[in-house]
Design a protein around this ligand. Sequence first.
Ligand code: EPZ
Length: 417
Amino acid sequence: MSRYLIRGGNKLCGTCTVQGSKNSSLPILAASLLSDGETVLHNCPMLSDVDATVKILTFLGCEVQRKGDTLSVRAAAASGSEIPDGLMREMRSSVIFMGAVLAKTGRVRLSTPGGCEIGLRPIDLHLDGMRKLGAAVTDEGGFLECTAPKGLHGAQITLSFPSVGATENLMIAASTADGVTRISNAAREPEISDLADFLNAMGAHVTGAGEGCVTIEGVKKLHGAVHTVIPDRIAAGTYLAAAAITGGSVELNGLIPAHLGPIIDVFEQMGCVVTAKSDSVRLSSPRELRAVRTVRTMPYPGFPTDIQAPVTAVLTRARGTSVVIETIFESRFKYIGELVRFGAQIRTDGRMAVIQGVEKLFPAHAETPDLRGGAALALAALSAEGESELTNIRHIERGYQDLAGTLRALGADVAYE
Ligand code: EPZ
């Protein structure tokens, strides 16, 4: 089982370029299934979740080639409509293929994507939306089947929660439906706008992405396109957190600073000095971090749930008491049990964590429970003088491209075994 050996205590300093967005690459790769030509994706991160998505595209009959961070997909000959259980289990966000496969073949069958480490992850909003677009949905417990033999048609859909995945699945399905679809209370994350830009590059007519209401005017077919994936705002926030927790100063390049607004705000409340230029952000940590009274995760443009764990790790070293409230997922504090091994003083009560800052953290052996919780544990290890061991890091490799190498480039002592 792979592990990190981290010798903490170094201040992280220097510059690095941030990877392309995992949460943008996955829906865009699913949408590439609808192109009748070649789609070329630049800035596609090298991650196990991207590899799993490529496996599904290939299984469905696509030709996929990777050259560095550029992926090309030819999907015209793809005719598969079933995603096998094994591939679904490899990555639960494979549910993002539902809209694309249904729109392309008139049918999709996949195993019910179970929950994961951070929650039950229901997909009722996806299924209700597909029904509104004209699909018949049968839920056989372990398997889901959606069929639309006469094709999909436009619909008025209002999401009871601005679900990122449901918004993306429905945008993709509606892009070649017959008529106009309006998704109200749609998610507004930057990844939604990036997907809309990709769909429009293929000839779709999507407007309103990034606002509360997305309108998709269905077109008959989608052609090839070339697209560059946006930078990963969560990976960026994680590296800023690494600078903050080690008292360092780091500049990240290749960013869209506007995507990090709520994240930067919390670091500034901690006393960090953050300067943003057109495509870079520098964070310099103060001698002593200040606690933040309340950090509450919210749908974009609120504070992102995916950066909750890394920021909580930093708050364990901030003077005073901080409160973190996780409003999006029901069990996204699993990593805290491991964080406490480093000497962090944290109490949790349901969706609330109360963090009492400590003078220092101590090296520990910890096991990674999930993707972002694992990043939080790595940050704690960077702060703790002495050698820490982090196991089960396959979770981290799902979403961070070469985390160890990037941290080493910033001055950290991280060995990957
Ligand atoms: C996406 O997950 C991201 N994953 C998540 O990132 C991210 O945390 C999440 O959006 C919120 O920003 C990808 O993009 C691959 P949601 P998704 O649907 O689409 C409830 C990471 O660490 N809900 O917005 O699954 C759900 O239970 C990952 O990179 C329903 O009730 O998130 C949750 O409480 C983790 N019914 C809330 O909505 C539904 O049909 C948010 O889920 C769908 C969702």
